[in-house]
Design a protein around this ligand. Structure first.
Ligand SMILES: [Zn+2]
Ligand SMILES: [Zn+2]
Length: 139
C-alpha cells in the first residue's frame, strides 16, 4: 500500500509530494490561521520536514509571528505550509492544498475557545484550547 500524497497550489507553480503518513492532522481556529487562509479555520497535516519533497518552486515564506512561519505560493497566494521555528524538523501542509484532502483524517480542533460564531462543529472531535488542553463545553 502506498502512502504517497501529492498536492500543490492553485496555479501549479508549487507542487509537493510526501511518502509517509502524517502525524497529527488538526483544525486550527487561531486568528493567524483565519487570516492566513481567509477561511473560518485552517486544517493542517503535520509531517517530518524531510518527508516533504517540493518538486518545483518552493513556497514563499512569511514570518507570521515571533514563533512561526507560514508558506504560500508567491504567484497565486495559496496558503501551503506552517512551521514553528523551534521545531524545524516538522512542517505542516494545508490540507486544502492536498490533491485529495480526504486522504487524511483530522483528529481535533485547536484554539477552539472561540470558533467563529456561525460555525457549527458537530464532528465529535476533541476541542482543545491554545495549550492543547480539553475545553469544558459546560463553561
Ligand atoms: Zn501558485
Ligand atoms: Zn492556527
Amino acid at each position: 500500500m502506498t502512502e504517497t500524497r501529492t498536492g500543490g497550489c492553485l496555479c501549479g507553480a508549487v507542487r509537493y509530494r510526501t511518502a509517509t503518513p502524517p502525524g497529527r492532522v488538526s483544525h486550527c481556529h487561531c486568528q493567524d490561521c483565519r487570516k492566513h487562509s481567509g477561511a473560518p479555520f485552517q486544517t493542517w497535516a503535520n509531517f517530518a520536514t524531510t518527508d516533504i519533497l517540493f518538486e518545483a518552486a518552493r513556497p514563499a515564506i512569511h514570518a507570521s509571528s515571533a514563533v512561526a512561519e507560514r508558506g504560500f505560493c508567491a504567484n497565486c497566494g495559496t496558503p501551503l505550509t506552517f512551521q514553528y521555528l523551534e521545531t524545524r524538523d516538522r512542517l505542516s501542509l494545508s490540507v486544502g492544498s492536498l490533491d485529495d484532502p480526504s486522504a487524511v483524517t483530522p483528529e481535533c480542533h485547536y484554539f477552539a475557545e472561540r470558533p467563529v460564531s456561525w460555525l457549527h462543529l458537530d464532528d465529535g472531535l476533541p476541542r482543545l484550547d491554545r495549550h492543547g488542553d480539553p475545553i469544558d463545553d459546560d463553561g
